[in-house]
Ligand binder design. Structure first.
Ligand code: PA5
Ligand code: NI
Length: 185
């Protein structure tokens, strides 16, 4: 019997490593429309988040692994967040595990009801297949979230743009302020 080295390493405090790992970076210029207003003090090339992924071919039964690193950035006081999505394949669930930092996992069902789960080191989140999900960094450190999801889940962003999350999250000092979105947005 052979005993071999793993092809991937994911130190809980770092990003996954191995030749299968890819990384994509979200810059402020590509995230401006997530926020209530444009923050002129932020450079277009400010890094908002990185997503490290180990992706399989999009086939039923296969799994993807990933890490999202949310930078501690505020946009006119609004907390840094991911674009957020439903899965294209509405049969696909997902797990999120917070390895560092503090934040909120915003969830929304198909009727548009929106709520949040608190995220902190060790919190584990089972995302139902019919829930849209968005990460929000409410802290002043990096928020790191490990994810595992079916390779055939896909990301449906259009649906979020059409009828998005109904709340916005801001930080004022240590206070988290939640505001309902204006209906004309
Ligand atoms: O699969 C997931 O849910 C995550 O890996 C997200 O894609 C990641 O957090 C980035 O979020 P979004 O795809 O909404 O920009
Ligand atoms: Ni997802």
């Amino acid at each position: 019997m052979k005993i071999i080295e793993p092809s991937l390493i994911h130190d809980w405090d770092k990003e996954p490593c191995g030749k299968e790992v890819t990384v994509s970076t979200k810059l402020y210029k590509d995230a401006k429309d997530f926020y209530e207003s444009v923050d002129e003090s932020l450079h277009d090339d400010t890094v908002m988040y990185e997503v490290y992924s180990v992706s399989s071919q999009s086939e039923p039964g296969k799994l993807n692994w990933g890490l999202t690193v949310m930078h501690p950035v505020k946009v006119n006081g609004e907390c840094n967040m991911t674009r957020g999505h439903f899965h294209e394949n509405m049969d696909c669930e997902e797990y999120y595990w917070c390895s560092k930092g503090t934040g909120l996992l915003m969830l929304m069902d198909e009727e548009g009801k929106c709520w949040c789960e608190k995220m902190y080191e060790g919190s584990l989140h089972h995302i139902r297949s019919d829930w849209a999900h968005r990460l929000i960094n409410t802290g002043d450190t990096y928020l790191k979230v490990v994810a595992c999801w079916p390779a055939d889940a896909g990301h449906d962003y259009a649906r979020i743009e059409h009828s998005g999350f109904t709340y916005r999250v801001y930080c004022e000092g240590k206070d988290i302020i939640v505001k309902e979105r204006r209906t004309n947005e």
